[in-house]
Ligand binder design. Sequence first.
Ligand SMILES: Cc1cc2nc3c(=O)[nH]c(=O)nc-3n(C[C@H](O)[C@H](O)[C@H](O)COP(=O)(O)O)c2cc1C
Length: 191
Amino acid sequence: MKDIIEVIKTRRSVREYKEDQVPDKDIEFLIDCARYAPSGFNMQPWSFLVIKNRDTLRKLSESGKKSMIPLLEPFKDASPKTKNFLLFLKTKGTDMFYNAPVLVIILGNKAAVTVDFDCSMAAQNMMLAAHSRGIGSCWIGGLLPALMNEELLKELGAPEGYKEVAPLIFGYPKGKTALPERSEPQVIWLK
Ligand SMILES: Cc1cc2nc3c(=O)[nH]c(=O)nc-3n(C[C@H](O)[C@H](O)[C@H](O)COP(=O)(O)O)c2cc1C
């Protein structure tokens, strides 16, 4: 097993996957790791929607792309990355989930005051645990606008009173992903 620091420093957002499916027992293992995350008042306000159905994934990707395009359009000149992402979204046949075989949407109970933080903590646990077992992941925030539609969430089987927080894809990486540049953080010491 890899050392935790090595896992933290070598995890990457993976955008190219093999076709192999991640076994249910491994998804269950990741969800088990998620529930050890800290949460405000120990509310543990998370629920997990696991989607493996190819047809559902394709439809979700299409809805995600459609909802995201008008939101990004005003920012198209903000950076080359924004421009490229917009082009990717507009290109027919591109998959917002990069052909990953499974999407896990972490849903949060709206009644919990720290729900967004809690579910994000759970998400990081899952991504790190996945990496430690050779499973790649990526947070697909671009799906958020589509999942703001409560009807769609309901259709997918989300429990009443829950909202979308973290859509995560998982799968086996095709090749290696280089470390995107890390800048030095601003640190203010008061000693
Ligand atoms: C809240 C959030 C939303 C993200 N949304 C997307 C997304 O929609 N599509 C994508 O390809 N990557 C997405 N990412 C991944 C980031 O682009 C990635 O974390 C960043 O480039 C740093 O790379 P690394 O994760 O390999 O260190 C998202 C990450 C976070 C934390």
